[in-house]
Design a binder for this molecule. Structure first.
Ligand code: OAD
Length: 231
């Protein structure tokens, strides 16, 4: 079965009402990124960082997967589909995608400060954390987010997935944040790459790259039909 690997960024969730980071009015225009999303910021003011992600969780509860998330999940009927995402929301999972690799963490999880592999999942009725939050094992907990200044532990499996792709599809990312932005350069030569984004970033000169300058839902409608017609 043909393997399609998606690499998604904030733009795939924009039509679900989740604010992107670097667009006009984006999150990093409203909040100082180094205060709320860096290792130094968390060390300096953990209370502020917990509050920031508490707000993000409430926004996420109000959001639903959009047609792009749903079309990606629906392709699982005909293809071997993997999703690599920079997003910390759970909209791919809620749309039904079974194989989702989060590069920058997961909003609905907390992780132990002292045992980084230990995580707990929050529930809709219990969305908030603070510096006083302890895990069931007694550990101090923090948002399960990869802060700027920290390593990206899932990048190696992501690079392997990219290298296994028969088709690689990038959606809704400004290609600003590495190592995620480099994934399209990990595909095998000759693999078609599609990049769906209404305001595409500058891309490396890859011969098999097709830029689709449109929103995620519109691009996915076209691409899903094309992939099925070629199958
Ligand atoms: P950005 O906010 O940098 O970029 C969002 C991209 O989505 C832009 O290229 C937009 O043109 C595009 N976009 C907007 N609306 C869209 C739509 N309806 N359909 C498709 N695309 C649309 O977000 P990312 O590139 O995902 O990391 O940001 C990468 C990382 O930077 C995030 O994971 C986050 C942030 O700092 C952490 O917090 C660790």
């Amino acid at each position: 079965m043909k393997k399609i690997v998606f690499s998604t960024g904030a733009g795939v969730s924009a039509e679900s009402g989740i604010t992107t980071f670097r667009d006009a009015g984006g999150l990093w225009e409203q909040y100082p990124v180094m205060q709320v999303a860096s290792a130094q910021g968390f060390a300096a003011d953990p209370e502020l960082v917990h509050r920031f992600y508490n707000m993000r969780r409430h926004d996420l509860m109000a959001a639903k997967p959009n047609e792009a998330h749903l079309l990606i999940a629906d392709l699982q009927k005909d293809f071997d589909v993997s999703v690599i995402t920079q997003n910390v929301d759970d909209l791919h999972e809620r749309a039904g995608s079974r194989d989702v690799l989060h590069l920058h963490g997961e909003l609905m999880k907390l992780r132990s400060i002292t045992h980084p592999d230990y995580t707990e999942t929050l529930t809709p009725g219990n969305l908030e954390s603070s510096p006083a939050t302890r895990g069931r094992n007694g550990d101090p907990m923090r948002p399960h987010i990869v802060f700027f200044g920290e390593a990206v532990p899932n990048i190696e499996p992501a690079m392997r997935l990219a290298a296994e792709a028969d088709v690689f599809v990038v959606i809704g990312t400004s290609l600003n944040v590495y190592p995620a932005a480099g994934l399209m350069e990990c595909v095998r030569p000759g693999t078609p790459i599609y990049y769906i984004d209404p305001c595409p970033a500058r891309t490396p000169p890859l011969p098999d790259l097709h830029v689709m300058p449109m929103k995620a839902t519109e691009g996915m409608r076209l691409l899903a039909a094309q992939l099925r017609s070629e199958a």
